[in-house]
Design a protein around this ligand. Structure first.
Ligand code: OAD
Length: 251
């Protein structure tokens, strides 16, 4: 049995967890060299959201928007999964239960670490979508306005398969199902600024049968909603947490 502590609150882990949901954000990929959004020097300090991350931005200046995502897609070739991603992969491999990763990240570092059951609620950099025939294509290289859709052959139809501000995140029904049944909810590397993801912890708390843990470099906006918080680098804290979870034995 393990105890964990935040302030005066001590949670005794008396049971193994059967349905774990892990919400990840940009902080888990920071140690791989992927820029976060809201830290000093983050993407939203360098670019205005309304210039590159809304449907209106794409309508107004598609070349700029494609270029922004082309650069980020190209950067994926330079980065590798880190100890935080690998710890979650180990949890999936060794826990006698279900582990779902809901990620706000559009990189593919969870996949490359060997994880499965990954829900990309904000889309994926290595995919583009045809606005004419709706086909989603795997995409490793740059995408331009004149690039033809491999399925329907039309030009000026491909867009990044990214959820922009003002658009509905993907897989919300599936996410709700996972949150309803989870018995452990871990949030890693997210500032808690963007809904609906920022509201998942309160959803889980209202359902009422899960322990909730935040792992982040610093307190997130929603830290007070978590039963437990551990602050530091995900690459250090996640492997330690996963060791604790996997070491729990039911008598
Ligand atoms: P943010 O950039 O808002 O927050 C990243 C969080 O990670 C911050 O709270 C950092 O303190 C923390 N962090 C940084 N390095 C860390 C490390 N090594 N270990 C642990 N934590 C670390 O990124 P998100 O919360 O993911 O959406 O942003 C959410 C969404 O806002 C994104 O998916 C994106 C953005 O606008 C869209 O583009 C739709």
């Amino acid at each position: 049995m393990r105890g964990s502590k935040r302030g005066s609150l001590v949670f005794e882990w008396k049971t193994t967890f059967k349905n774990v949901v892990v919400l990840t954000g940009a902080g888990i990929s920071a140690e791989s060299g992927v820029a976060t959004f809201r830290d000093n020097g983050g993407l939203w300090a360098e670019h205005r959201i309304e210039d590159v991350a809304t449907p209106d931005a794409f309508a107004m200046n598609p070349v700029l928007v494609q270029d922004f995502y082309n650069k980020r897609r190209a950067q994926l070739k330079e980065v590798e999964p880190n100890a935080g991603h690998r710890a979650l992969t180990r949890l999936q491999q060794e826990l006698d239960g279900n582990v779902t990763i809901i990620t706000q990240n559009v990189d593919d570092l969870h996949e490359r670490s060997g994880s499965h059951d990954i829900i990309h609620m904000h889309g994926e950099l290595r995919k583009v979508r045809c606005r004419a025939c709706a086909t989603v294509h795997q995409w490793q290289e740059d995408c331009f306005q004149e690039t033809a859709c491999p399925t329907c052959g039309r030009q000026v139809v491909l867009r990044p398969h990214i959820v922009w501000f003002g658009e509905m995140p993907f897989y919300m029904d599936l996410i709700t199902q996972k949150l309803q049944v989870c018995d452990l909810f871990i949030s890693v590397g997210t500032s808690g600024n963007v809904y609906p993801a920022a509201g998942f912890v309160t959803h889980v708390q209202q359902v009422g049968h899960a322990h909730t843990i935040e792992i982040n470099l610093e307190s997130s906006e929603g830290v007070s909603y978590f039963a437990e918080a551990r602050h530091g680098r995900a690459g250090d804290l996640l492997p330690a947490l996963i060791d604790e979870i996997l070491s729990v034995k039911v008598a």
